[in-house]
Design a protein. Structure first.
Length: 169
């Protein structure tokens, strides 16, 4: 009887690593391509919603749950050999890279922009673009290993967060 009770406790314990959903209270990001918005979730609540730009075509910004694996201040733009910190750098002042499509966090990411008028559009090559002042705030909050969900949905961030286990039900 004790072993059955112990087994039940271990399985339902909040510290037992079952599934891939974060614990309520873990930081989490949801990007909704349909609404051009990014929600930052902390302590089981949506703390901030930012307007973003996403990929030009429906399939450009990869949907699904990914992991933040790279962070960089004043990122270097390899495609056109533009130094970090340059006003010509389309990546802006911060890079938060995630592992979509088995990449190394250097192909897909959340980043700033040198063209703030592009925010709210389907215009990127697959990244999530934010105003520099917004990505600088987010950059400070986002730890390596944090999860990010990218979707195209009519559902609210609260409903999406509840499904992912990031928001209290």
């Amino acid at each position: 009887m004790k072993s059955i009770l112990l087994a039940i406790l271990v399985v339902v314990s909040p510290i037992w690593p079952i599934g891939v959903n974060p614990s309520v209270g873990d930081p989490y990001i949801i990007v909704n391509k349909k609404s051009h918005e990014l929600a930052y979730i902390l302590d089981g609540e949506v703390k901030q919603i930012y307007e973003v730009a996403v990929g030009k075509a429906e399939a450009k910004t990869p949907e699904g749950e990914h992991t933040i694996i790279v962070k960089a201040e004043n990122p270097y733009y390899r495609k056109k050999n533009i130094e970090g910190g340059s006003k010509e750098n389309p990546l802006g002042t911060r890079w938060i890279g995630f592992d979509a499509e088995n990449t190394d966090g250097r192909i897909y990411g959340i980043h700033g922009t040198n063209n703030p008028s592009s925010i709210g559009q389907d215009i990127t090559a697959g990244c999530v673009r934010m105003k520099n002042e917004d990505v600088e705030i987010l950059f400070q909050e986002v730890p390596i290993g944090m999860k990010i969900l990218i979707t195209s949905s009519d559902e609210s961030f609260d409903d999406l967060g509840k499904k992912q286990g990031a928001i209290r039900k």
